[in-house]
Design a protein around this ligand. Structure first.
Ligand SMILES: CC(=O)N[C@H]1[C@@H](OP(=O)(O)OP(=O)(O)OC[C@H]2O[C@@H](n3ccc(=O)[nH]c3=O)[C@H](O)[C@@H]2O)O[C@H](CO)[C@@H](O)[C@@H]1O
Ligand SMILES: C=C(OP(=O)(O)O)C(=O)O
Length: 441
């Protein structure tokens, strides 16, 4: 078993380059299924476990995918298979994003039913409501969801009960090749939706209004492979901003889009963190004392749920009481129990976590209960007394490229090790980066 071991007390300084966004690249790779002509080339692809998983899903559909030097070539021009087994959907829910493109291109998809996970039950009813409104027949049985279209999907007006990111993306992809026009109302407005729409449009689709609550898609007969660059990862960026702030550090983040970070920047400013937009990135300077704030997670442009755990780490160090309300996922406080092991004073009342600070955090053995929780525990370890040992790194590897290595390069006292090496802690070598063959999950 691997662990990240961090010893608190170092201020972070230097420069970190932010990767392409996980949550943008996954739907873009899924959308490349739509190209019956030409190849796609996708740039700034992060070397994440989730990327290997979606690549493998596509290969199983008889699509050629080659990942080299941070770019992916996709050739989806051969006859497609239409089944995504549980093995992939279990690893990553975003595998379900292949349903929209498959329905549009070949009128059939059979995808294992995504299960619940550590952050909530995560139903897919809004995706299915969209496909059914466009004429698909959906059946659920034996752990699979099977959808079929008799002839072609037909455009329709679809009102989402909640601005679901995944449902907006899946419906947008399906509608790109449907007959007639589809209008998605109460659509998600996240920057990753805009990234997907830009790619679809460069393939020949007609998507308008992405980034607003109403998206209008005029279906076209055929889409062609295209080149596309993935937007910077606002959540990886946010995690390093919090790491800089908590350690009273001074860190420059390169390859960031400040507009995508507004909700986070404004909260960090309220807490007393200094953030300077420079020509080559964003500089974050942590103050001597952090102020408490309240925050509520919301769909974009509200405060992102994917930054909630990291902000909890930071608020543990702030003076006074902060209330964090989680409105997006019903069970995204699993990290609270882990923070308590580190001496964090947090109470849960329904959907709110009440954080009383400042806390003198103590190193402890903790478990990454999900991807952002894992990153947040490592970040808390940066200022804890003694050693914090974080296990269940498979979650962190889904969304962060060499997280420990990047923190170490900024001056953190951190190692990624195999359990057997733990006794040699004093003489540790640099942690090996994620060991994976980029072309196999
Ligand atoms: C790969 C990816 O992009 N993942 C992100 C995406 O997940 P994902 O696309 O799964 O998140 P959604 O926006 O769909 O989910 C938000 C809420 O809507 C509910 N819901 C969703 C779909 C549905 O059909 N029915 C339903 O009830 C979910 O249970 C959840 O409570 O957006 C989330 C919210 O910003 C982020 O935390 C994830 O990091
Ligand atoms: C919840 C997340 O991702 P996913 O939707 O892929 O589980 C996340 O990125 O924090």
């Amino acid at each position: 078993m691997e662990k990240i071991i961090v010893r608190g007390g170092r201020q972070l300084s230097g420069t970190v380059r932010i990767e392409g966004a996980k949550n943008a690249v996954l739907p873009v790779i899924a959308a490349s299924i739509l190209a019956s002509k030409g190849k796609s080339k996708i740039y700034d692809v992060p070397a994440l476990a989730d990327v290997y998983t979606i690549n493998e899903v596509l290969r199983n559909l008889n699509i050629d995918v080659n990942y080299e030097n941070g770019a992916i070539d996709v050739d989806a021009t051969k006859a497609l298979k239409t089944e995504a087994p549980f093995e992939y959907v279990r690893k990553m829910r975003a595998s379900f994003l292949v349903m929209g493109p498959l329905l549009a291109r070949v009128g059939h998809a059979r995808i294992a039913l995504p299960g619940g996970c550590a952050i909530g039950s995560r139903p897919i009813d809004q995706h299915l409501k969209g496909f059914e409104a466009m004429g698909a027949k959906v059946e659920i049985g034996n752990g699979f969801i099977e959808a079929k279209v008799e002839d072609k999907l037909v455009g329709n007006k679809i009102y989402l009960d909640f601005p679901s990111v995944g449902a907006t993306e899946n419906i947008m992809m399906a509608a790109s090749m449907a007959e007639g026009t589809t209008i998605i109302e109460n659509a998600a407005e996240e920057p990753e939706i805009v990234c997907l729409a830009t790619y679809l449009n460069s393939m020949g689709a007609k998507v308008r209004g992405a980034g607003t609550g109403t998206i209008r898609i005029e279906g076209v007969k055929e889409l062609t492979g295209a080149e596309h660059t993935i937007i910077p990862d606002r959540i990886e960026a946010g995690t390093f901003m919090v790491a800089a702030a908590i350690s009273k550090g001074n860190v420059l983040l390169e390859n960031v889009e400040p507009e995508h970070l507004r909700p986070l920047i404004s909260k960090l400013n309220e807490m007393g963190v200094i953030i300077i937009e420079e020509s080559d990135g964003i500089r974050v300077i942590g103050p001597e004392k952090l102020k408490s704030v309240d925050l509520k997670t919301m769909p974009h442009p509200g405060f992102p749920t994917d930054m909630q755990a990291q902000m909890m780490a930071l608020l543990l160090r702030a003076e006074g009481t902060s209330v964090i309300t989680e409105t997006v996922f019903e069970n995204r406080f699993m990290h609270v129990e882990e923070f308590r092991r580190m001496n964090g004073n947090i109470k849960i009342e329904g959907r709110a976590a009440i954080v009383s600070g400042p806390n003198e955090l103590q190193g402890a053995e903790v478990s990454a209960t999900d991807l952002r929780a894992g990153a947040a525990l490592v970040v808390a370890g940066l200022v804890a007394d003694g050693y914090t040992r974080v296990t269940e790194l498979k979650h962190i590897d889904r969304g962060y490229v060499d997280f420990a290595g990047k923190l170490k390069a900024l001056g953190a006292d951190v190692e990624r090790i195999y359990e057997a090496q733990e006794n040699e802690l004093e003489n540790l070598e640099a942690p090996a980066p994620l060991k994976m063959d980029p072309n196999f999950a």
